[in-house]
Design a protein around this ligand. Structure first.
Ligand code: SF4
Length: 60
């Protein structure tokens, strides 16, 4: 069994991001980087744990 490359079940909607950085802190695989905006820098490292989604603050 293996993970498929380039397959991720989550999608970042930058227009809703408030740049709080909480998803960066909780991700165990360092998938995100926050500079002037939130970026996905290691997409294939994601293990789909869901921690980022639960800690993603978004604009109302
Ligand atoms: S689902 Fe888990 S491993 Fe994947 S990006 Fe979110 S926090 Fe990181």
């Amino acid at each position: 069994m293996m993970y498929l490359n380039d397959v991720v079940t989550i999608k970042l909607d930058s227009s809703k991001c408030v740049k709080c950085g909480e998803c960066v802190q909780v991700c165990p695989r360092e998938v995100f980087k926050l500079s002037s905006e939130l970026q996905i820098v290691k997409k294939d490292a994601c293990i789909e744990c869901g921690a980022c989604q639960m800690n993603f603050r978004q604009k109302p």
